[in-house]
Design a protein around this ligand. Structure first.
Ligand code: GLY
Length: 416
């Protein structure tokens, strides 16, 4: 089977590495890919528009397309491929609005009584600033539209909240934002496969989203992940299944949303309860880097079962190991960052996989091209061991001025 993976980051590299284990996959293409992906798949040049990707899929006789990032999903790539009779893994345009519009998502959650932080949405700066004066800080300001994981500000002072509001709403094309209550607790990434009828949960992961150690600094796309995490007690896990996932499935049916693909539920686990922070319509990045290496079931079979609504016939099997991913980013990320930094990766232990997120080859040498550059991932018998091995590998990689967090995996890792 010929498979096309859409995207160019660490998530797509991790998906391809998992697909390579399937005997049913004959050739993997990636559009556009990166230098690491080019070592395991055929990278195709593309402008990443839906029409170009459709043309590539036809030209290469692709049997199955897997979409990594949210942007093409929100733009309707699944609808366009399905209209041409092509098989594609991911939610359609209507379902992807759950990530494409935070306002849409919050109103879905409220309509179906799914626990989430109280919120109000605004398109008008004056009204948003008035609301800020009423509610005070700490408060969370979220760009309603896609912002590559950087549209969320947890404001601890009013000046920071005002700046975030003005930044989003004073954009020349206008904007929309959500202001919601700040929830204190631990975030957990709960990813599941959904086939329109039923769901299959993946192992729980935890992302470290702020740029600096101790959860300080700006939000990033994610600076490192660990899996599995045991941050939900058994009763909390059951609560998530009944009061969040089952209610969401019922809500999809009521609202005529045919959700097939990965649903990534960002949860906040507080002392008192569990609430939904956000819905994402795709695999997490870098959650995928730690979840998929632990999946023993053939990933291609899972993708096919989702598309054919046969997920109930599949039992996901997971390894007993643990995984840690440390993101090495370019200096300056998530702000303006340096590019074209030469990188040398030595031979590393077998337990380590260096997943590429933003790399290219320049005159035969590996260089950085993105903000998040590498995801150094280790799989071991325990989480502490995986973290240790991953950090040893990070130290061995020659990547001048690389920025990475030194505290991935350091949070409390037991039921709250
Ligand atoms: N790591 C967070 C995300 O993928 O949105």
């Amino acid at each position: 089977m010929n498979v096309l993976v859409v995207g160019s980051g660490g998530r797509e590299h991790a998906i391809i590495l998992a697909l390579k284990k399937s005997k049913k996959v004959s050739e993997i293409f990636c559009a556009p890919g990166n230098a690491g992906i080019a070592e395991v798949a055929t990278c195709l040049t593309t402008d990443s528009s839906v029409s170009s990707l459709l043309a590539l899929a036809k030209e290469k006789a692709i049997d199955l397309t897997v979409v990594g990032p949210e942007v093409p999903l929100v733009a309707g790539i699944v609808d366009a491929f399905e209209a041409e009779g092509l098989r594609i893994f991911g939610p359609n345009k209507k379902a992807a609005q759950l990530e494409g519009s935070k306002v849409f998502c919050k109103s879905f959650l409220e309509r179906h009584q799914i626990p989430t932080a109280s919120h109000q949405s605004f398109t008008d700066t004056i009204l948003a600033l008035e609301h800020l004066e009423q509610v005070g800080v700490p408060i969370v300001v979220k760009d309603s539209n896609l912002a590559a994981g950087k549209g969320v500000t947890v404001a601890t002072d009013k000046e920071q909240a005002r700046a975030a509001i003005e930044n989003i709403l004073n954009a020349p094309e206008g904007g929309e934002l959500v202001i919601e209550d700040f929830l204190e607790g631990q975030e957990v990434s709960f990813l599941l496969f959904l086939d329109g009828q039923t769901y299959a949960p993946m192992l729980l992961a935890q992302d470290y989203k702020q740029a600096f150690d101790g959860d300080r600094g700006d939000m990033t796309g994610g600076m490192g992940t660990i899996a599995p995490v045991s941050l939900l007690s058994e009763s909390q896990y059951q609560y998530v299944c009944n009061d969040i996932i089952e209610k969401s499935l019922a809500g999809f049916k009521k609202d005529d949303i045919d959700y097939k693909g990965v649903l990534f539920i960002g949860l906040m686990v507080t002392d008192r309860d569990v609430k939904v922070l956000e819905f994402n319509c795709r695999f997490g990045d870098p959650e995928t880097q730690v979840v998929l290496p632990l999946l023993k079931t053939d990933l291609l079979d899972v993708f096919e079962a989702v598309i054919d609504s046969k997920l109930k016939d599949i039992r996901l099997e997971w390894s007993d190991d643990a995984a840690a991913c440390i993101v090495m980013a370019a200096p300056g990320y998530p702000g303006m960052y340096k590019k074209h930094i030469p990188i040398t990766i030595p031979n590393l232990p077998e337990k380590v996989t260096v997943i590429h997120a933003g790399t290219a080859k320049q005159d035969g040498h590996l260089v950085s091209t993105g903000g998040r550059v590498l995801g150094v991932t280790a799989v071991a018998k325990s989480l502490p061991e995986a973290i240790k091995i991953a950090y040893e590998a990070v130290a061995a990689i020659d990547f001048p001025e690389a920025h990475y967090r030194k505290d991935i995996g350091s949070r409390l890792n037991k039921p709250s």
